[in-house]
Design a protein around this ligand. Structure first.
Ligand code: PGA
Length: 251
């Protein structure tokens, strides 16, 4: 059975003081939570803080982006090796905000995925359609294109050491969650598509749902057969909300 993964995506939020309070509260609350995996993807300047506060705990940490390049004249960029230096396990690639605002197209996302994996990080590949794309009936085509960019470059085997997060853009930060049935349909599509190439990889692949997940709707979403946890934005900034979501992901 796949163990569910709940990962917080803090986006550009936090401060040393706020993070300390949040991470201490989440660590304390996680003590009684078993049978799921938990992680936080923090802004890069706070990776060192996450490392010192979470080291030895059940909570993994990661970053929200990385460079596709190993090193060199790339001012302002952060490499996979640098993330590893701070103990990161995960890194988000292709979050819709990066696709929309920072030029992370399918090829760049695939290169970042490759750079992460090559260094030993677990990429969390974010895919998902905009409202306009959903309304034009091309949700599956969009998600398929985003997945194919990675498997076309690296082969389906690359997904055996990665996480996929389905995040409909229209549900991110809007309070408009996809219904469990809407999300399940896309998750099943993703798993089915990968199963055509490898049933084993498809069966083992953790596919998270992201988009306005909260304590109040997590259990219903996570009860769907192909939803293996969540990628959590806003609710990850509130320890009690985040913990409620983690508890909903327990086996
Ligand atoms: P949200 O964000 O939970 O605030 O909708 C999810 C995400 O962007 O990963």
């Amino acid at each position: 059975m796949r163990e569910k993964l709940v990962a917080g995506n803090w986006k550009m939020h936090g401060s040393l003081a706020q993070n300390k309070a949040l991470l201490e509260a989440v660590s304390a609350g996680m003590a009684g939570v078993k049978g799921m995996k938990c992680a936080v993807c923090v802004p890069a300047p706070y990776l060192s803080q996450a490392q010192s506060l979470l080291q030895g705990s059940a909570i993994a940490w990661g970053a929200q982006n990385l460079s596709q390049h190993e090193k060199g004249a790339f001012t302002g960029e952060i490499s996979a090796a640098m993330l590893l230096d701070f103990g990161c396990k995960y890194v988000l690639v292709g979050h819709s905000e990066r696709r929309a605002m920072y030029g992370d197209d399918d090829v760049t996302v695939a290169m970042k995925f490759e750079a992460a994996q090559k260094a030993g990080l677990t990429p969390i590949l974010c895919v998902g359609e905009t409202l306009e794309e959903r309304e034009s009936g091309i949700t599956e085509a969009v998600v398929e294109r985003q997945l194919d960019a990675v498997t076309g470059r690296l082969g389906v085997a690359a997904l055996s050491k990665a996480i996929v997060a389905y995040e409909p853009v229209w549900a991110i930060g809007t309070g408009k969650t996809a219904s469990p049935e809407q999300a399940q349909a896309v998750h099943a599509f993703i798993r089915g598509k990968i199963a055509v190439q490898s049933k084993e990889i498809a069966d083992g692949l953790v596919i998270q749902y992201g988009g306005s997940v909260k304590g109040a709707n997590a259990a219903e979403l996570f009860s769907m057969p192909d939803i293996d946890g969540g990628l959590i934005g806003g609710a990850a900034l509130d320890a009690q909300e985040f913990l409620a979501i983690c508890r909903a992901a327990q086996r």
